[in-house]
Design a protein around this ligand. Structure first.
Ligand SMILES: O=C(O)C[C@@H](O)[C@H](O)C(=O)CO
Length: 272
């Protein structure tokens, strides 16, 4: 299997707490982004003490309460059963050197998106209403984007978080673009994680991750609940007829700017 494709590992951490995915520096080619998917049974609690990392907690599905010991956000999360309810959800930003606890009000699936952080910032509830909603693309390149923590939002030190829905038969992260050179204003260096879901669940998408000299060139068949790691390179996603794709993107690098560079071979697609 590709070293960039992760299937759920579903490790039961404690009663009612399942670590579905755990991507860390130690088990991946990434240096800036770490990631967990946690599933909580109703009333189960997950706690964590952050070091020099910030964390964006995304309530993918279900209702949760989150506290950092000083502030509490109760009964948050806007999608009960599935992300394909296609409405934005609530998230919480927690800065470095803080502790947080998540309690599941209902059965819940949560994404924990981590990146390096030294200067402590305020904890913040990012309400569903705070997400900017964008419809991008035309033809078979249409997608719906919910910006949870874009680079225009200064609430975080390095993490960027976005959700993308791509309808059946469409392409996203397309034409292929990359952001793997610290060369602003032309391109920024950001690693990226894709957490994928499909509707219906038996669906699949294809994701290619490749660079200019093809020393990296992997095309993966991605299924419901899989994670794809993008340490570098272009990373387009193709969605087959009949299935809708959802993915959550987490990005981070030395500078908190998303400046991508389109593959010159395919940029003409934008000019049609
Ligand atoms: O617009 C899209 O298709 C989504 C992508 O931009 C995705 O968020 C990404 O690749 C970020 O670099």
């Amino acid at each position: 299997m590709s070293r960039l494709l992760r299937k759920p590992s579903n490790i039961e951490q404690s009663n009612g707490v399942t670590i579905v995915h755990e991507v860390k520096k130690e088990n991946s080619p990434l240096q800036y982004v770490e990631f967990r998917i946690v599933e909580l049974d109703q009333n189960a609690k997950y706690t964590e003490v952050l070091g020099k990392q910030e964390c964006c907690i995304v309530a993918l599905t279900g209702k949760i309460s989150v506290t950092d010991g000083e502030q509490s956000f109760n009964n948050i999360g806007r999608r009960m059963e599935t992300v394909f309810e296609q409405r934005p959800t609530d998230s919480v930003y927690i800065s470095n050197d803080r502790r947080f606890e998540i309690k599941a009000v209902s059965h819940a699936r949560i994404a924990l998106c981590y990146s390096p952080s030294e200067n402590q910032l305020p904890t913040r509830l990012i309400k569903a209403e705070d997400n900017t909603v964008e419809r991008r693309g035309k033809g078979n390149n249409k997608r719906l984007v919910f910006n949870i923590l874009p680079d225009s939002d200064p609430s975080a030190n390095s993490v960027l978080v976005v959700e993308v829905f791509t309808e059946s038969g469409n392409w996203s992260s397309y034409p292929p673009h990359k952001h793997d050179r610290d060369n602003l204003p032309n391109e920024s260096l950001l690693e990226e994680i894709y957490y994928h879901e499909m509707n219906p669940k038996q669906g699949f998408v294809f994701q290619r991750v490749y660079n200019d000299d093809r020393s990296l060139d992997e095309t993966m068949t991605v299924e419901h609940g899989n994670v794809v790691l993008v340490p570098e390179g272009y990373h387009p996603v193709g969605v087959p007829e009949g299935y809708t794709s959802y993915y959550l993107n987490v990005m981070a690098g030395p500078k908190r700017t998303w400046k991508f560079y389109n593959d010159p071979d395919h940029e003409w697609i934008l000019e049609r």
